[in-house]
Write a protein of this length. Structure first.
Length: 114
């Protein structure tokens, strides 16, 4: 499976895009092969925990601190965006503070590199 990984400044997390073999849900993307200013299509839509179909009403990251007593490592939410010409165009339905904004595709932070 060929994956493109990138840092999402909206989620403060790594995201993956499948290109040749689809993910289990059938999702995969087309890359224009421009490493300097990539474009992927179609849009990328990532849902975490209760925002995922079938997870509604179940224990999730929203209740993690109350249940476990620690801050959760991720937040429930939706990240919906396009990557076009090396820029991330966040859709308005993203649940983070960059919803509706466009930013340059950032470098992966050094502490996140394998």
């Amino acid at each position: 499976m060929t994956l493109h990984e990138h840092w999402c400044p909206g989620c403060s997390a790594m995201h993956q895009i499948a290109m040749d073999t689809p993910f289990r849900n059938g999702a995969r993307w087309i890359w224009d092969r421009n490493a300097a200013a990539p474009t992927f299509s179609p849009s990328i839509w990532i849902a975490v925990d209760h925002c995922c179909t079938g997870q509604e009403g179940k224990d999730c990251w929203c209740t993690f601190e109350t249940r476990i007593g620690w801050k959760p490592p991720v937040a429930c939410g939706v990240c919906h965006y396009f990557i076009r010409s090396g820029r991330i165009e966040f859709s308005g339905d993203s649940s983070h503070t960059l919803a509706g904004q466009t930013v340059d595709l950032p470098h992966i932070p050094a502490d996140k590199l394998d």
